[in-house]
Design a binder for this molecule. Structure first.
Ligand code: SHN
Ligand code: NAI
Length: 197
């Protein structure tokens, strides 16, 4: 079986600066993906034209700045993450060379070979978040998996998580005792779930 060697992480987008180049359909998709996960994400967008929807989304997001001009290399200053979403492949290649030199992690829409990271399909249920990757093989299948899991996981997951947190905060004892109690508690939840189905 082939292996997916991608390493998943969950980034705190409010802690650093993201640059998005392109404000068309693909730019809008990427900006939506960033803001749906974190409305406070710090994002500078550079494009010479924008879809109205992109402008609307940016206006309702306090830490998004739209810049109305073509990309300049200085835009990379003080950026830790870059997403390229223009219709200009040559420009993407040029920018990627520079971001590699600068060590800035870069996603290039529609060009997996130039990407340092991929965006995942994200299941969100309150504090629970599940990222899905098909190793770039089928974004559409990733989307379907997300829809399936969103329906399968009940909304009550949030109160379960809240209760777990309250219980966890109250637990006394050393690390291994706490671990044992939490493991026992959650294993009985899974058994109950199996019986209920
Ligand atoms: C490699 C990757 C790199 C990256 O973009 O990060 C990539 C690459 C490409 N996408 C393409 C097309 C489409 N992408 C989508 C949708 C999504 N694509 C996303 C991620 C990824 N897309 C990364 C791999 C993720 C993985 O491992 O599975 C999602 C999950 C996350 C997000 O983008 O936010 C989001 C679903 C979000 C959701 O709804 O849950 C749809 C469907 C739709 O929009 O309904 C289509 C059209 C149908 C189709 O082609 O399947 C093309 C061909 C373009 C062309 O034909 O020219 C390429 C390039 C190529 O494959 O060569
Ligand atoms: N629309 C879609 O869902 C899909 C698009 N694609 C491909 O993805 C690419 C982008 O598609 P769209 O977003 O629909 O295109 P678009 O034409 O809607 O948007 C292109 C964006 O790039 C910006 N741009 C171009 N040159 C620039 C520069 N030098 N500096 C800064 N910004 C610049 C433009 O201002 C515009 O905001 C195209 O190559 C398209 O073929 C592929 C699959 C699906």
């Amino acid at each position: 079986m082939s292996q997916n060697t991608l390493f998943p992480v969950f980034l705190k987008l409010e802690n650093f600066n993201t640059l998005l180049v392109g404000g068309g359909n693909v730019g809008l998709e990427k900006l939506t993906a960033l803001l749906v996960n974190n409305p406070l994400a710090n994002v500078m967008v550079v494009a010479d034209r924008y879809l109205e929807e992109t402008e609307k989304l940016a206006k309702s997001s306090p830490n998004v700045v739209l810049t109305y001009r073509k990309f300049e290399f200085d835009d990379l200053n003080n950026k830790q993450l870059v997403i390229l979403a223009t219709d200009n492949f040559e420009l993407h290649k040029e920018i990627k060379l520079k971001t590699t030199e600068l060590g800035i992690l870069t996603n290039v829409a529609d060009t997996p070979a130039l990407c340092d990271f991929y965006l995942g399909s994200i299941v969100r249920k309150g504090d629970l978040k599940i990222a899905i990757s098909t190793n770039g093989k089928s974004p559409t299948l990733a989307k379907r998996m997300r829809q399936y899991l969103e329906e399968a996981i009940p909304d009550s997951m949030q109160s379960l998580l809240d209760n777990m947190k309250t219980f966890r905060d109250k637990l006394k004892g050393d690390f291994s005792t706490k671990l044992e109690v939490l493991n026992d508690l959650t294993s009985s939840m899974i058994e109950k779930e199996k019986k209920d189905n």
